[in-house]
Design a protein around this ligand. Sequence first.
Ligand code: SF4
Length: 228
Amino acid sequence: MFRGIQKISLIDYPGKLCCILFTGGCNFRCPYCHNPELVTGYEKLPVIEEKDILDFLKKRKGLLDAVEITGGEPTIHKNLPGFISNVKDLNYSVKLDTNGTNPEMLSSLIQKGLIDYSAMDIKGTPEKYSEIARVEVDLGKISESVKILMESKIPYEFRTTVFPEFFGEEDAEKIGKWIEGARLYILQKPGSGKTLDSEYNNKRVYSENELKEFLPILSSFIDEVKIR
Ligand code: SF4
């Protein structure tokens, strides 16, 4: 399941020192994806054994607070809950990044107390979802995951990687309405570096000031909106 590890991060889990685990494989093909090696061709990357990760976490107890699990898309792996359960037995906080396509697993993880924070991608408005993800997306599942997080007691964030071609004022308004009442929504500036579709290395992106113009629209629906 795991194809990568970053042993320490100060910035990925709000308020905690975490390590990051990367799962291989994803059911989306977002052209701007910054982890293309985890989406296609990940089979060529060496597997990091779960036992070795748990041994590492045992040794880091007291130095690390938390584990972030990201991908690829972690929830495509049926054995994810079993692994997280072992991590929780070591008393680590767990943050899960997801694209929201597996509400059943998300709900079960929350109900069992196995995750403490979740960051879910909102790729765009419902109308543009499949175009952005470049696969046929079951929007019912995405909406269900939104609802599960909003009704849960755990802290969560929704986030959108923003490209002008997918996101304008109308889209901001539609997304705001879709996730109305959410606690936190983040507009993410696309990072630099390689992308799944190399055209997205050089696409026009919004400036900080242009992104700020979306804040009042989104803030009328959402408790807190940030640019990252
Ligand atoms: S951005 Fe996320 S959801 Fe999209 S292809 Fe990459 S890993 Fe999958």
